[in-house]
Design a protein around this ligand. Structure first.
Ligand SMILES: Cc1cc2nc3c(=O)[nH]c(=O)nc-3n(C[C@H](O)[C@H](O)[C@H](O)COP(=O)(O)O)c2cc1C
Ligand code: SF4
Ligand code: SF4
Length: 354
């Protein structure tokens, strides 16, 4: 799985390492529904899962993908999440895959695969709704280091040994400490983040982002020209933002503030207060997980409704400019993996996204 091409590039280096080792190798985008058919259970194949880290864990589509794989019957596998590294001065700070690698490794193991190794690969941080894309010079240095990490990992894995480094356990430990944040990310964060996106006034309605979203999360909406609409299937992979030729995709920080206040209305507490007299035992649910469960449908519905209204408003040029000039992403450099063109990671037309 790849958003801005980092994981695709890392997977390509892994495939090259395998070929140099005399092994036939292919990089297959996870969206391809035929992946399951290509895994021949119990054979001498080696399956590698390479994906970005999102919210200190694995992206949800990869968790689902791993759970849907055919039973492994001893097929060998490895997991290599890429993570976001930055360079400050001459120092490269590593990202952290946290639970991403071992969660997928655990699923694979439970499905009968023999996991040979787990290793996070430091690629340039691509979270452009948070920080600007890195300077090309820093990207080059980080990529160089990542190639070294890939070689060091693939050598033992291709030789048939196991490769679990102490460092990866430290990232796992860190991930376990941050597990509540990862769970919140999967339940709330990713839906919230998907609704920060909008197309600014430079959007010409070309539809490239819609065609190339790996999750089929974008719809063209309205006419003359149409504009992309971000649905809840968006995983914030940043592909649309990184590859839009007009740099028209923004993540609205001011929109975020509006959405935060709309979704934070404590509807669950009102509901429980309302039912207090008629159903007294409900009062005990206040402050428990059950209150969160009650709040959840409101969170999703209010998020959907508020974003739908914003989408209409944003068609008014003045409103669009107001939101565009009040988001930092308007000033941010865009990033995608420098050697990876959109055509390299395009979702094949004949295959519907998962
Ligand atoms: C929404 C989002 C969340 C992210 N969370 C993390 C994280 O928890 N830890 C980390 O090291 N990098 C994180 N990153 C950075 C990416 O995992 C990293 O840049 C990765 O190489 C991107 O790969 P891709 O281009 O194949 O999607 C995040 C990026 C995004 C967009
Ligand atoms: S956001 Fe960019 S890629 Fe998408 S339709 Fe507009 S101009 Fe085209
Ligand atoms: S809408 Fe954009 S950020 Fe969201 S999954 Fe699709 S390409 Fe990625």
């Amino acid at each position: 799985m790849t958003g801005t091409g980092n994981s695709f590039r890392a997977a390509t280096w892994m495939a090259e390492a395998a070929r140099e080792n005399g092994t036939d190798a292919r990089v297959i985008p996870y969206e391809r529904t035929s992946v399951e058919e290509e895994v021949e259970a119990g054979s001498d194949q080696l399956l590698g899962i390479v994906m970005p880290t999102h919210g200190f864990t694995s992206p949800w589509p990869i968790i689902r993908f791993a759970m849907g794989l055919p039973r492994g019957r001893g097929t060998h596998a490895f997991v290599a999440p890429t993570r976001g590294s930055v360079r400050i001065g001459k120092v490269c700070l590593p990202g952290s895959e946290c639970t991403a690698g071992y969660l997928i490794a655990l699923i694979l193991w439970l499905r009968g695969y023999s996991v040979r190794g787990v290793r996070g690969i430091d690629m340039p941080l691509n979270w452009m709704s948070l920080i600007p894309g890195l300077h090309p010079k820093n990207v080059e240095v980080i990529r160089g280091r990542a190639q070294g990490q890939v070689s060091a990992f693939m050598a033992p894995v291709l030789a048939g040994s196991r490769c679990f480094r102490w460092g990866s356990f430290i990232h796992l430990l860190f991930g376990l400490l941050l597990l509540p944040i990862s769970v919140m990310y999967l339940l709330f964060g990713r839906f919230f983040l998907s609704k920060l996106f909008f197309a600014n006034f430079h959007c010409n309605g070309c539809g490239l982002c819609v065609e190339n979203c790996p999750n089929g999360a974008l719809r063209m909406w309205g006419d003359d020209p149409g504009r992309p609409y971000w649905t809840f299937s968006c995983e914030s992979c940043m592909r649309c933002m990184g590859y839009c030729p007009e740099q028209a995709v923004e993540a609205g920080h001011s929109i975020g503030v509006v959405l935060y206040y709309v979704t934070a209305v404590p509807v669950s507490t009102y509901l429980l207060n309302l039912l207090d007299d008629s159903v007294p035992w409900l009062a005990n649910l206040k402050g428990t997980g059950a209150e969160w469960i009650l709040q959840y449908p409101y969170f999703l519905f209010s998020l959907f409704l508020a974003y739908w209204l914003l989408t209409h408003l944003i068609r008014i040029p003045l409103v669009n400019r107001a939101f565009t000039y009040t988001t930092l992403t308007h000033l941010y450099r865009r990033y995608h993996e420098p050697d990876t063109a959109l055509r390299d990671i395009k979702v094949p037309k004949d295959l519907s996204p998962r």
